[in-house]
Design a binder for this molecule. Structure first.
Ligand code: SF4
Length: 155
């Protein structure tokens, strides 16, 4: 089973009600056993919702309770993000998961890049909360920027 960020597959679960569909990825995943995940919605956040960023750290720091996730209105949504991690894996055994493909730059799904927490469009190296959760569980996590690696993995 391959876990995939739902927005990459065209689901309108993004904070602004849109999606991040990647047609090449859809083509690549034809016929594969896919489970769509959206940790933010699974954690109880609505669509649309105010954008959120991790303040003073990354997803690993949030899991270690050393950083928080705040939305642009100043509301602390950390608990939703943490709940979303648990919900994302509900009913799945870890050994059923081959790997995951998550949306780069998201505070939940970002694999190598996230926003700085200043809400000014600046990125920093780091991992989102859901991606960090999966990595800690030993799941290999790719992003939509790793199409060549994903192709190799599927062959
Ligand atoms: S939480 Fe992940 S799956 Fe959901 S909209 Fe954001 S990037 Fe996409």
């Amino acid at each position: 089973m391959i876990l995939v960020s739902a927005c990459l597959l065209g689901s309108n679960c993004k904070y602004n009600g849109g999606n991040n569909e990647v047609t090449t990825l859809l083509d690549l995943l034809q016929g594969q056993d896919i489970r769509q995940v959206c940790p933010e919605v699974a954690g109880g956040l609505p669509i649309p919702r105010p954008p959120a960023e991790i303040i003073d750290g990354d997803g690993f720091d949030v899991l270690a309770q050393k950083a928080r996730v705040m939305n642009i209105k100043g509301e602390d949504v950390t608990e939703n993000f943490l709940k979303g991690c648990q919900e994302m894996l509900k009913g799945i055994n870890l050994d059923e998961i081959d790997f995951a493909i998550l949306k780069e730059k998201s505070p939940s799904c970002g694999v190598r890049k996230i926003y700085t927490g200043e809400f000014n469009g600046t990125l920093k190296p780091g991992t989102g909360v859901g991606a960090a959760f999966l990595k800690k569980k030993g799941v290999t996590v790719y992003s939509e920027e790793d199409l060549e690696k994903i192709k190799d993995r599927l062959n």
